[in-house]
Design a protein around this ligand. Structure first.
Ligand code: SAH
Ligand code: SF4
Length: 407
């Protein structure tokens, strides 16, 4: 941010208004990287990713009663059915009319890899051939686990320790592509229908921690999570969803207000000087503003702790003094700290902190009363661990401008 802009911020009579204005600017910018339309070459439209209201409008447009949307929703999201002929509460002629107009889509599985520790990674391909990675991380002890979902192809924020950050942002994922990752993962584990009584399936949680910055694609992420949380469909409670952000402050407020899912914040440094360097977004939203946004986050006041992620980089951010400063920063926030030993990737410039250094850091934080688990690296052998995801997708050259606008 320029000095002038910073000054404007400081002078603003109403900081909330400024935040709203900035949020609007971020949303406008994310629209530039919009996904392609959800229509197939044969003209049929994907029903996955439509909100309930949009689905209802589609039913009405084809001359059906609005309540049909509820039935279709149930088959798509509760039962996981993709074929209209397998929706017995819908009469045969309507099934046929649906099939002429719509599909119930999924991303294609380009590859699927299984790590020796049980972590599974999919490379999903979308209709325009762009690809992202999705990871299922089983919980070691229990029969459950989290699906780590991507929200963008690439990322605009070049955090220095992150493999995805070396890939330019190609585009945002649409709601269908975001919810589709979870649905395709469920297909492969045969976990349909969604449990009615709330009994968790293997794929019991979602962490929005894959490729990309979810709060730079807020509208699609919000739409997808609203679908996932709908009680008549997948029905995952917001307590089973955690969204991780590198600290897009103006969108954190909106996320809290509208979704109120669990929040994880990628802190990684306790001084602006270091954070400016390793998480460059800090130059726009420095630590003090980020911490203030965390204090405002609604679930933080309901004793649902905010997770602060802290990647342990050897000799960079792992000193005892930094652990003590971290404790000071967290004062008054219902927080827990997730210490992530740095996961190397081809060409990365950092080393993983030594285990005894990580342990000492954890001890200082937990002695201050914060839970500070050390995240066990999962799926490193298949490059599926935190920060190792990257695809070969590249930004297409923009189509040449029409002749009349040239010059
Ligand atoms: N863009 C979001 C979510 C995706 S990154 C964010 O930054 O929060 C998910 C987590 O993995 C973040 O905490 C990120 O900082 C961390 N991470 C990135 N690269 C890593 C690496 N090489 N080793 C360990 N953690 C990493
Ligand atoms: Fe993007 Fe998150 Fe990686 Fe930073 S850590 S480059 S925000 S995906």
């Amino acid at each position: 941010m320029s000095d002038a802009a910073l000054q404007t911020r400081a002078d603003a009579a109403n900081p909330a208004e400024l935040t709203e204005a900035e949020a609007a600017r971020i949303l406008a910018k994310s629209a530039i990287f919009a996904p392609p339309p959800a229509t197939l070459p044969d003209g049929r439209r994907d029903l996955v990713g439509l909100s309930r209201a949009e689905l209802e409008a589609e039913m009405v447009a084809m001359g059906e009663k609005p309540f049909r949307a509820r039935q279709v929703w149930h088959w798509i999201y509760h039962q996981g059915v993709r074929d209209f002929a397998q929706m017995p509460t819908i009469a045969r002629p309507m099934q046929q009319r649906l099939a002429e107009r719509f599909v119930v889509g999924r991303p294609d599985v380009a590859t699927e890899q299984l790590s020796k520790d049980g972590t599974r990674k999919w490379l999903f391909r979308f209709r325009d051939a762009q690809q992202v990675e999705t990871v299922y991380i089983p919980d070691g002890q229990e029969d459950r686990g989290a699906v780590c979902i991507s929200t963008q192809v690439g990322c605009t924020l070049s955090c220095r320790f992150c493999h995805t950050g070396t890939q330019k942002l190609v585009r945002n994922l649409g709601a269908a592509e975001i919810v589709g990752q979870f649905m395709a993962a469920r297909d492969s584990y045969g976990e349909w229908p969604s449990p009615k009584d709330g009994t968790p399936r293997h794929l019991s949680n979602i962490v929005v921690m894959g490729m990309g910055e979810p709060l730079y694609n807020y509208e699609n992420v919000a739409k997808a999570l609203t679908i996932v949380m709908d009680n008549e469909g997948i029905g995952l409670s917001r307590r089973r969803i955690t969204l991780s952000t590198s600290g897009v402050v103006p969108m954190m407020d909106r996320c809290g207000r509208e979704l109120n899912v669990g929040l994880a914040v990628s802190l990684h440094a306790v001084t602006d000087e270091l954070r400016d360097e390793i998480v460059p977004l800090n130059r726009k939203y420095p630590i003090a503003e980020l911490m203030a946004a965390c204090r405002r986050y609604p679930s933080a006041s309901n004793a649902r702790r905010i997770t602060f992620e802290y990647v342990m980089l050897d000799g960079v951010n792992d000193s005892e003094a930094e652990a003590r400063e971290l404790v000071r920063l967290l004062k008054g926030i219902p927080a827990k700290v997730n210490l992530i030993p740095f996961n190397p990737w081809p060409g990365s410039a950092y080393k993983t902190s030594k285990p005894e250094v990580v342990r000492r850091f954890a001890e200082i934080v937990s002695d201050a009363g914060y839970s500070a688990p050390i995240r066990r690296p999962r799926g490193r052998d298949i490059l599926a661990a935190c920060g190792q995801l990257k695809t070969e997708s590249e930004r297409q050259r923009r189509p040449a401008a029409p002749a009349e606008t040239v010059g």
